[in-house]
Design a protein around this ligand. Sequence first.
Ligand code: UD1
Length: 382
Amino acid sequence: MTRVGLGNLALKILHVVGARPNFIKVAPVCRALSENSVVEQAILHTGQHYDVNMSDVFFEQLGIGTPRFNLGVGSGSHAQQTAEIIKRFEPIVIAERPDWVLVYGDVNSTVAAALVCSKIGIKLAHVEAGLRSFDRTMPEEINRVLTDHLADLLFTPSEDGNRNLAREGIAPERVHLVGNVMIDTLIRMLPHAASAVPADIPESFILVTLHRPSNVDDVDWLADMLRTLLTLSQKLPIVFPIHPRTRERMRAAGLGVAEGRIRFMDPIPYLSFLGLQQRAKLVITDSGGIQEETTFLQVPCLTVRENTERPITVSMGTNQLVGRDVGKVATAVTKLLSGTLKRRRIPPLWDGHAAERIAAVLTREDVSKRVVSIPQCQTSLR
Ligand code: UD1
């Protein structure tokens, strides 16, 4: 890391990201921290997502440049992927000795970096802490629980996160309710989204994304879902950008050749997807972040899962859990298309300033400590 700002008093921060949603979350935090002259920061990409459309275009569009480090781990089983990140991350973090490592969300890269930092005594902050689906069959739930219990500072997007952490015995002084950094990015990028929608997309459509192993690895379910989508597409065209995992499952099962009014497409860049969400009549998804984005955009969202770690999108926002029951999806779509939509609320602190709150906490914490312990700091800075 090139030191900027106040010489040995610089606060060194290393952001670790690996998958699509992480890139959207790190951008505003980097931006907010860059306003502070004591901060010196770098991004490390684990390489969990590596396709151009799943990775590079996000860095480009979000204006965060090429990551300083790339571990290039690629795909594998959970154990392989996590282990590879641990092995490759450790020497870098030891060499760099950042004051803080920031991890984001709930992906394998998040927990892998958290484990490394906690074992070698590097302070760890978790952005998007406290979310719980209470479903331990979800790999992301394991990642969330472990990361939260290893973190020194925890930044929550909503109050339910604080309650979950308190219930698990995490000291309240480590927890800061800051709001939603994903919404920070959305608010900044929204003015550019409509013009990024591909020209041949219909004026009105249903937007679909499915990628969770618990859904798409079940080929019978996937076939059933695709048949239902085909029927629904008679009411309204469907636009379906396909995650590589889903594409692979569909290919293996001989499913999903372009049919009816379903438009399949490769994963698309952030801005185009945001524009699609904004224009969609409704969204069907099993993603986490899309539940939040649709809540902010006031677009109805049907989440094809039995639970959500983001309950505020249901209690306050436009999200509705329909479970894995394909029949319920069809009924809910029909109801939504024929009814009038209730206006819903945007959760508190989803206001575009969450990252600034994070930056304020980090710089306050460290700058004050640093001033009283300069010799120790100097040994940890290169
Ligand atoms: C990961 C996260 C999930 C998040 C999602 C966002 C975990 C446990 N899961 O799931 O929480 O919602 O990212 O997209 O970390 N692949 C490619 N190219 C890529 C990336 C992946 O072809 O650039 C394929 C590979 O075949 C890989 C599969 O997609 O095996 C799954 O990728 P992986 O990173 O393991 O998990 P995701 O399903 O993307």
